[in-house]
Design a protein around this ligand. Structure first.
Ligand SMILES: *Cc1c(COP(=O)(O)O)cnc(C)c1O
Length: 361
């Protein structure tokens, strides 16, 4: 099998070490003679794994005693609904910073159950940048402020999170969770569908400020209440055991390789290399995003024509680099270079892009 470099936006490439570990442990997990998929979620072996995965999130982020980790289902998309259902009080309202398709979906879901206002919208500027903190029109009475830390489709990313004072800060970090060290304790809630940066599809990692649960709405179906999952360490009902197992493997790989500081160095190196190629060929490649807002996770770029874009995607695929087509809603090209993408894969793509510009420019 020749090496394939996978630039898909999600589900996305996983660390080879995490996949190899699953391969080795698949048939006989921890000497049980069973795979982790087949064992009771009430067994002591599963319980240890479940809590190890939670502890890894806590350790990597340096969470304080008032924050806990949950493993939920329904993807980030269910969080779009659960968040307002739980935390916008009757008659209240929440603020949303609109930086792309995912934040638009988030506010739309909120508006089904409550009032939500846009604290800023990048729609007129085609979502090509992240606002400065001073541009946000924040309601001091808002139930929370929601932002999308990395805009997977548009290729923009927040680097400095706004100070929202006493208003709880919430972020959808689906496509950049754990890419660098940051102060997670400032957030009242963080959620991330695992399938971009921390594991396979099927589990959503949530970090929640435990004391915030006291102000949550109570009149909700059991499974839609954060408090249900928090009280039972995400073991109220059957958790997605295999997905959580894979998250554990990925987080153990991050920890063994120097933690979030090392991830940040690795990710900055990769993004610098790709944006360097784009900037060095201004007549051929163009990044549609403001320089200061460029995502280090999803590198979005255009070529002089859609024909050339299709040609690049096809030729890269023949050369073993897949998933470079931009999101169907915006076109162009996109290289997703999450934590697990090896610098070697980015180097292969960068060299390919240099050669492609030389022969097609
Ligand atoms: C992919 C993505 C989502 C949607 O995640 P699902 O798990 O498919 O619901 C939400 N937000 C962001 C930022 C994403 O990248």
């Amino acid at each position: 099998m020749s090496k394939i470099w996978n630039f898909y936006a999600g589900p996305a490439t996983l660390p080879a070490a995490a996949i190899r570990r699953a391969h080795e442990e698949l048939i006989d997990w921890e000497g049980t003679g069973m795979s982790v998929m087949e064992i009771s979620h009430r067994s002591k072996e599963y319980d240890a794994l479940h809590h190890e995965a939670m502890s890894l999130v806590g350790r990597l982020l340096g969470l304080d005693d008032d924050h806990q980790v949950l493993f939920l289902q329904g993807g980030a998309s269910l969080q779009f609904a659960m968040l307002p259902m739980n935390f916008i009080p009757p008659g209240g309202s929440a603020d949303y910073v609109l930086t792309g398709a995912w934040s638009d979906k988030a506010i739309k879901e909120a508006r089904i159950v409550a009032k939500a206002r846009a604290a800023w919208s990048g729609e007129e500027g085609s979502y090509t940048r992240i606002p400065a903190a001073t541009e946000l029109d924040l309601d001091p009475g808002a139930a929370y402020v929601h932002l999308t830390s990395n805009n997977t489709i548009r290729g923009t990313q927040w680097f400095d999170f706004p100070d929202t004072g006493d208003v709880p800060l919430v972020a959808d970090m689906s496509s950049d969770f754990l890419w660098r060290p940051f102060d997670a304790n400032r957030f009242s809630l963080i959620y991330a569908g695992a399938q971009k940066n921390v594991g396979p599809a099927g589990v959503t990692v949530v970090v929640i400020r435990t004391s915030w649960l006291e102000s949550a709405n109570g009149d909700l179906p059991t499974l839609l209440k954060y408090a249900t999952h928090a009280a039972k360490d995400s073991l109220y009902n059957t958790p997605p055991a295999f997905a959580i197992y894979m998250v554990r493997n990925v987080l153990a790989w991050i920890e063994a390789n120097g933690g979030l500081a090392a991830m940040e160095r690795r990710n900055r190196g990769k993004a610098d290399r790709l944006y360097g190629v784009i900037d060095a060929h201004p007549d051929f490649y163009r990044c549609p995003v403001d320089k200061g807002s460029r995502s280090l996770m999803n590198v979005v770029f255009r070529l002089p024509s859609e024909e050339l874009e299709a040609k690049l995607v096809a030729e890269a695929k023949d050369a073993g680099m897949v998933g470079l087509k931009g999101h169907r809603s915006v076109g162009g090209c996109r290289a997703s270079i999450y934590n697990a993408m090896e610098p070697e894969g980015v180097e292969a793509l960068a060299s390919f892009m240099e050669e492609f510009a030389r022969t097609n420019g």
